[in-house]
Design a protein around this ligand. Structure first.
Ligand SMILES: [Zn+2]
Ligand SMILES: [Zn+2]
Length: 162
């Protein structure tokens, strides 16, 4: 489907994102599309609060709760995913290409890791007999380049993992 394809009324071009949401059974609102667009444009796996700050530039009246509800709905239909890795707040992304993550335990930066070898990981055979895998994700924890430089001066906080 292209943006040039006409809507049912034959007047407005169909926004492919809007069409996808509608096909997934979601009501399409300007705010919902705004939330999705913010996430699609972001590569930092933002919190709902950070998404809210961005979306408010276009929709000054949108509440944080509305952003949460939209993220929940978008995640339910697979348009966004919750990258929960034990941070204080859930983090989100709208990258539909399966990938893994590198998480800085100090500044909480999350970087995408793309490696086909990680995507091919299999469960140990004994386990695979009693467990049907739907998907998997590998999280690497460590210090990013910026935080590594400051490590000597400032010891990283211990990471509790929850
Ligand atoms: Zn860092
Ligand atoms: Zn990611």
């Amino acid at each position: 489907m292209t943006t040039l394809e006409k809507g049912v009324a034959g007047k407005r071009p169909i926004d492919p994102l809007a069409a996808r949401l509608r096909n997934a059974g979601l009501r399409v609102t300007a705010q919902r599309l705004g939330v999705l667009q913010v996430l699609k444009a972001s590569h930092i796996h933002p919190t709902a609060e950070a998404v809210h700050r961005q979306v408010r530039k276009r929709f000054p009246k949108i509440s944080l709760n509305t952003v949460y509800l939209n993220l929940e709905a978008l995640t339910r239909v697979g348009e966004t995913s919750e990258v929960w890795i034990g941070h204080d707040a859930a983090r989100f992304e709208a990258n539909s290409v399966p990938h893994d993550h590198a998480v800085c335990v100090r500044c909480k930066k999350i970087a995408d890791v793309h490696d086909p070898a990680l995507r091919r990981l299999k469960m140990p055979r004994g386990f695979a007999m009693k467990f049907d895998v739907i998907s998997h994700r590998v999280d690497f924890f460590g210090l990013c380049k910026t935080c590594r430089v400051g490590r000597r001066r400032n010891k990283p906080r211990s990471y509790r993992g929850t």
